[in-house]
Design a binder for this molecule. Structure first.
Ligand code: PLP
Length: 449
């Protein structure tokens, strides 16, 4: 009798490195030898390793792509730069020079916007943490206060009693847009009637000017459809206010959240192939507003607080390889001088990293570690990467959003940030930290001196 074949259970193993993109498998890793025509090697010699490099050309180009997508579809559009995404003054000023207002979420950011020369009536004040002093200042400056919760609403009501100016307010609305988990911790909920309740209280109080409606439905939204749902719900609220109070709001603010071309961890396809275009987001939002019951003769201005999708592509980290080494199981690993302390977004993105000069055509499954003496300091856990030697340079792409605000000083000092202007000239826009700059904030009690 023939022996029965032995059963073996099937296994599925995930390919970790060398994932194909829409053009198939990559035969050879591309190299990035220069940024805006300046050799990476020269930038490192001049500014140190690692350094952040920001391309002003890319900032302006991306901004104008987004602006065109929206202004070609909707009559009145106003962008407001999301400060927390990157609040280096030089960067904010580039967006302001393109006509962007400021969108801030704290008293600190508010003061930064004022110091950047932005008049109060071009500042949008969001977030759950606005002190009484913040509310007074924002009211007196004529800024747009986006109320987050009832405690803030009541505080603003009591503050407004004593002020000559009336606060200009909107409420932040959260809602079910079909994307889960729902972002319901900010603002007033639409479905349970809380948003409508807040709007009624504001209108009945007669102490504030209700000028807008705001939402920010999430971040890195991978499909445009939820924006259409959100825009319809805000339009519906605007129409209801008009019917009940004969009052027209001036703007609908759709917040930020458009995805950048970075690849999320665990995503099957690269972000640059899957992320929607500005045209697709604009089509969803403008379609919902235009098709709503809003008065076509007096459409509200569409505000956008886009952060990530506007700046991610403009930022790079350039640096050097510190060492190569084999792990216990034979895997190749490479240590570079960028750690998770300065590349905060590596916790959720598979950042693209490229050699800065022609490397061999042979590549190997590699783990790329940062320089920190800390186990979680991993920049890429598995990537097909050519062999670079100690001292060779690399470039990490799309680091413009959130890294320069969320980075931390941990173990190493934070590096310089360099802007390449539209004429190809370089400027330091933030100095590297030094021992002195850090210890200047420390104090030693007398008995320890
Ligand atoms: C963070 C934030 C933004 C910007 O979000 P992105 O995802 O970077 O576009 C806009 N509005 C508010 C209220 C925010 O908190």
């Amino acid at each position: 009798m023939e022996e029965k074949l032995k059963y073996e259970r099937p296994v599925i193993t995930k390919i970790n490195a060398g994932m194909p993109d829409k053009f198939g498998m990559q035969a050879k890793m591309p190299v990035i030898t220069e940024i805006d025509e300046i050799p990476v090697k020269k930038l490192i010699e001049q500014y140190g390793s690692p350094s952040f490099i920001i391309s002003e050309k890319t900032i302006r180009k991306t901004f104008n792509e987004a602006k065109r997508a929206f202004t070609s579809r909707y009559p009145k559009v106003q962008f407001a730069w999301s400060y927390k995404t990157n609040y280096l003054n030089a960067i904010c000023k580039i967006y302001h020079s393109e006509g962007s207002w400021a969108e801030v979420v704290s008293g600190f950011e508010y003061d930064k916007a004022v110091a950047n020369g932005i008049p109060g009536n071009k500042i949008i004040f969001n977030g759950p943490d606005k002190s009484k002093e913040d509310l007074i200042k924002a009211t007196e400056n004529g800024s747009y206060i986006h109320i987050d919760h009832f405690d803030e609403l009541y505080e603003l009501l009591s503050v407004s009693e004593k002020l000559e100016k009336r606060p200009k307010v909107a409420i932040r609305v959260n809602m079910d847009t079909g994307v889960y988990p729902q972002w319901d911790r900010f603002g007033f909920n639409y479905e349970n009637g809380e948003a409508w309740n807040a709007l009624n209280r504001i209108m009945m109080s007669e102490k504030m000017d209700l000028v807008g409606l705001h939402t920010h439905i999430g971040t890195y939204m991978m499909t445009p459809a939820p924006y259409a749902v959100a825009a319809s719900k805000l339009a519906e609220l605007a129409v209801r206010i008009e019917r009940k109070f004969n009052h027209k709001i001036k703007y609908i603010d759709m917040g930020g959240g458009f995805a950048s071309k970075n690849t999320l961890k665990g995503a099957y396809l690269p972000g640059k192939d899957t992320c929607p275009t500005f045209d697709q987001y604009a089509e969803a939002i403008s379609g919902a507003l235009i098709n709503s019951d809003l008065d076509p003769n007096e459409m509200p201005t569409l505000f956008l607080e886009t952060g990530r999708a506007l700046i991610d592509d403009a930022g790079y980290i350039i640096g050097s390889v510190l060492a190569n080494k084999r792990l216990a199981d034979g895997r190749r690993s490479m240590i570079i001088d960028t750690g998770v302390n300065i590349l905060f977004t590596s916790f959720w993105y598979e950042h693209e990293i490229y050699p800065a000069k022609e490397a061999g055509s042979h590549s190997e499954d590699t783990t790329i570690y940062g320089p920190l003496c800390m186990n979680i300091d991993i920049i890429r856990s598995a990537v097909k990467f050519p062999l670079l030697q100690k001292g060779d340079n690399y470039v990490i792409k799309r680091v413009g959003a959130y890294n320069m605000t969320q980075w931390m000083q941990f173990i190493t000092l934070r590096p310089k940030i360099v802007l390449i202007d539209t004429k190809g000239k370089t400027h330091i826009i933030r100095e590297n930290e030094t021992n002195e700059s850090l210890t200047s904030h420390e104090k030693i009690p007398d008995y320890l001196k």
